[in-house]
Design a protein around this ligand. Sequence first.
Ligand code: DWN
Ligand code: ZN
Length: 409
Amino acid sequence: MTEKASVCRSCGGARLDTVLDLGRTPLADALLREEELGRPEPEYPLKAVFCRDCSLVQILETVPPEELFCRRYPYYSSFSDELLGHSRENAIELIRTMRLNAESLVVEIASNDGYLLRNFVQNGIPCLGIDPAEGPAEAAERAGVPTHCGFFNRELAAKLRGMGKRADVVIANNVLAHVADSGSFLDGIRTLLKDDGAAVIEVPYVRDLVDKSEFDTIYHEHLCYFSATSADRLLRSRALFLNSVRRIPIHGGSLRLYIGLRDEPDASITGLLAEEKRDGVDGFSYYNDFAVKAENIKNGLRLMLKILKDGGNRIAAYGAAAKGATLLNYTGIGRDFIDFVVDRNVHKQGLYMPGRRIPIFRPERLLEERPDYVLILAWNFAQEIISQQEEYRAAGGKFIVPIPEWKVT
Ligand code: DWN
Ligand code: ZN
């Protein structure tokens, strides 16, 4: 059963304006098994709204996190070299700037398969991962990363503190936007941090989502879509302070938030807040034409694929990504256009995309079947993906990158 909020998740405001309504949509990471194809899959409303009081873009439907992130959660961070490199740089910088050593403690919330904490383990820095997804948590433990398999909240934080654990750094990438009870989550971070500690949190940046028409990053796992303005407002409500910020390119454009227990903002955050004010990110008009841009991408992509299909071309897709599920289901692009999807993540191979039920194979299938075109659903890693497919390209294969506007490369 889902819960539908009628007021803003962050400030409780009731002035919510629709940014994009994607209709009833299956869960983006709920990949199907063969034996499930004969049965209907759960679908839930998926509508992004803007809060006029605190500028937070959010979806109002809350799917139980146990349904989203536990037993069959198929996402493993370590299947992207770009993400591994990005994470390594973050870790090495934190070890230097926070002067971490064998007496320190780093806690990562949503630590997945140990993709980031492995860097602290390798440098002899004590760390603890926290993640509710059984598969990735077990993979992390096998990789030597101590991991607690469960959800993070104020109760778990109090328990850890009661065991004498206080963190120099709490890392939480791509999870703050996923949490329904952000109050408990943020109170937990405040409880766990040492007085001079820092929380370093990455969230997809709503400006990149709007400016680059990244409508497919809207799905039920992503409850909130933050600007610096809306993040600052939410954090202050829990006595946490956004003291520094960095725009980073990962996942289509994100913010890395540097948060402390004292209010000590630097020029990066005062500058970005002023820039958002200047550009109207805190007003609904900034989001006004987002739905039209999504519709244009939908119509343009469908028309282009139809022309290719009518011309006798065979088309596959690359990346059984959550965003890929949204893109296929919102555009209605299914097996009438796409013969199969490939993905490097072995936990996704042999399964089917939610909604469109397109089969997922290993990437080698591209050379076995030699489709004429490959639609890159994981466009945020297009460069890394294309660089691996030189043989397919040399044989005449072409890629279609759908976002921010479709192009053939
Ligand atoms: O917030 C979330 C983001 C961070 O990651 C999660 N809720 C879910 C997930 O979203 P996603 O599935 O859209 O993320 P990715 O990382 O963009 O998905 C990429 C997909 O492509 C993965 O299934 C792995 C696959 N891949 C591949 O097959 N070969 C990726 C690369 C780089 C490759 O070379
Ligand atoms: Zn609000």
